[in-house]
Ligand binder design. Structure first.
Ligand code: C2E
Ligand code: MG
Ligand code: MG
Length: 530
């Protein structure tokens, strides 16, 4: 085989199209695949100036690279937009090299990227939702591509200078442009305002910049983009990393941290991964405590049961850690060890009749695992099942109501009681009550605290109690801080009360010594839930 053919073979092994240009930049030889048709490009290219084939800004960069090229050297790869005419483009990666014996001629190797795309406004290139963006991130991280996956944050500046009518067209074009330079042409998403995020297999944002510049040129407006890219690495635990990424993305958006989204994202991601790790360690070592707060029968003043509330070392209150654990899907194992600890407490001598409620996040009821584990934990303690109740929290996140109902029904059948926690705060509280069979509801503390002053809260509670009566459900008023509120709740027909007025959460359930008035019904030692 002639040396020439061998060299050609080698050259084509790393590029789709090879071009030779003379000292004036005119194409003297072109071979390989053409950008759109797949046919050989010689016919239309020979004699043309190479830089004329590209979109103006790409052409500028190519010109610059040609000017810097010295005989015997090779340029860095350049990402360019090839102009197919009629507003259509195709991305191409190019590399220049200059053989000393051919100078001033030089060679250009082109590798076509993605599919040709148009910046004409079309309705069929809508941006994807953030959920879809995360789904795609997940599947792309699973496939090892040759180039690392990057998340590009794009802030389009100058949109506020564009008038109403034109803005719509401009945005449609922008969306097409962003999609076209994203992985598979389907992974660009709108974050907030002028901020977008897209997945790329390229650590250099120039193709994005070019695409946006094209849109601006087509519309004749002064719009540009600030692009920051973060390399995504799946880490050891891909699912966990993905959840942390989603959380970091949400933090970027929620904090409006669009000035430095890459820094915010990266910092939040790193911090979240550390937090996940320490949460897991904390759960594994059971390195937390439960405090017990009495829930009192408003009529008799007798403790009906105790709510077990987690106390996590180093945290002011458990709420923020628990909400993060919910977001990161780590809550199930935690809720389970909480139940385990509560059961241990209930089995202590002297606590034989004590009833306890544990919180269980809706997320923990999204699969069968929690319920099955709880059944195993209590397999040898039938009475524990009748003494333990579950407060379903964060009901806003219940996605699968029939599945949750099925799991709760199984637990209720086994003897556990179920309450809906924080009732009334979420828009879907009533929907949940309609679909889930429970034993009672806990009226959110916000209503209870307002009830003395606020007529509306009182009316709401009164109607809620009436409705619960009709459904044969127990009602619990949360955050009863004063005797006045306790009395009001009793007057409104609420059965049980919980709050500082009756007692704060304490390391042990506070069992009252029998008094003359209540020898047969000690606090914390009531025989039935009725
Ligand atoms: P929650 O289940 O609604 O618990 C009641 C919260 O109200 C507790 O906050 C309690 O300390 C507080 N509280 C009680 N009485 C009063 C009062 O009179 N006034 C005021 N202002 N607050 C009162 P805490 O312990 O900070 O727990 C916050 C939330 O964290 C809980 O709300 C629950 O959603 C969650 N949580 C706590 N432990 C667990 C757990 O083991 N698993 C899960 N999934 N969530 C838990
Ligand atoms: Mg609760
Ligand atoms: Mg509550």
């Amino acid at each position: 085989m002639a040396l020439n053919s061998r060299l050609l073979g080698l050259a084509f092994a790393s590029a789709d199209t090879l071009v030779e240009i003379d000292g004036e930049g005119r194409i003297v030889l072109a071979m390989g695949a053409a950008p759109a048709t797949g046919h050989a490009p010689e016919a239309n290219w020979t004699g043309r100036t190479l830089t004329d084939l590209f979109e103006p800004r790409s052409a500028g960069r190519l010109k610059q690279a040609l000017a810097n090229l010295t005989p015997g050297n090779r340029s860095d790869p350049l990402d360019l937009l090839y102009d197919l005419g009629d507003g259509a483009f195709r991305r191409v990666r190019s590399r220049l090299f200059s053989l000393p014996e051919l100078a001033p001629h030089c060679s250009c190797a082109l590798t076509w990227q993605g599919q040709p795309f148009s910046l004409e406004p079309t309705a069929d290139t809508p941006l994807v939702t953030r959920d879809d963006l995360m789904r795609q991130t997940s599947s792309l991280l699973a496939k090892q591509g040759p180039d690392p996956l990057t998340l590009a944050f794009v802030d389009v500046t100058g949109l506020d200078q564009v008038a109403g009518d034109q803005l719509e067209t401009l945005k449609t074009r922008l969306h097409s442009a962003l999609q076209s330079v994203s992985v598979d042409g389907t992974s660009a998403s709108h974050l907030a305002g002028s901020a977008y995020a897209l997945l790329r297999r390229d650590s250099d944002g120039s193709a994005v910049e070019d695409a946006i510049h094209n849109v601006a040129a087509l519309e004749g407006v002064d719009v540009s983009a600030d692009i920051r890219q973060v390399e995504l690495s799946p880490g050891v635990d891909r699912q966990a990393t993905l959840r942390a990424m989603r959380h970091a993305l949400e933090v970027c958006i929620a904090n409006g941290a669009m000035d430095d989204p890459d820094i915010t994202f990266k910092n939040t991601l790193d911090r979240t991964l550390v937090q996940m790790d320490s949460f897991r360690t904390m759960v594994k070592a059971r390195d937390f405590a439960l405090h017990y707060q009495p829930i009192v029968d408003l009529k008799s003043g007798v403790t009906h049961h105790f709510e077990a509330l987690a106390r996590i070392p180093g945290c002011d209150g458990p709420e923020s850690t628990i909400r993060l654990a919910e977001t990161l899907a780590l809550i199930e194992s935690f809720d389970l060890v909480v139940a385990e600890k509560a059961i241990q407490q209930m089995l202590q001598p002297g606590y034989g009749l004590t009833r306890v409620a544990v919180n269980v996040s809706a997320g923990s009821l999204a699969t069968d695992t929690y319920g099955e584990a709880l059944m195993r934990l209590t397999a040898n303690h039938g009475d524990i099942r009748r003494r333990l109740s579950l407060e379903v929290t964060e009901t806003a996140t219940i996605l699968d109501l029939p599945g949750t109902q099925r799991r709760l029904a199984r637990l209720r059948q086994a003897g556990f009681r179920v309450f809906l926690d924080d009732f009334g705060v979420g828009a879907s509280s009533f929907d949940h009550l309609n679909h889930l069979t429970v034993d009672g509801v806990k009226i959110d503390g916000a209503f209870v605290m307002r009830a003395i002053e606020d007529d509306k809260s009182r009316t709401l509670i009164r109607h809620l109690v009436e409705m619960c009566g009709g459904l044969d459900l127990k009602t619990v008023a949360e955050r009863v801080e004063t005797g006045e509120v306790a009395e009001l709740m009793l007057k409104l027909g609420v059965h049980l009360g919980q709050g500082w007025f009756f007692g704060k959460p304490e390391p042990q359930p506070r069992l009252e010594r029998p008094t003359l008035a209540a020898t047969s019904r000690r606090r914390g030692a009531v025989e039935s839930w009725g």
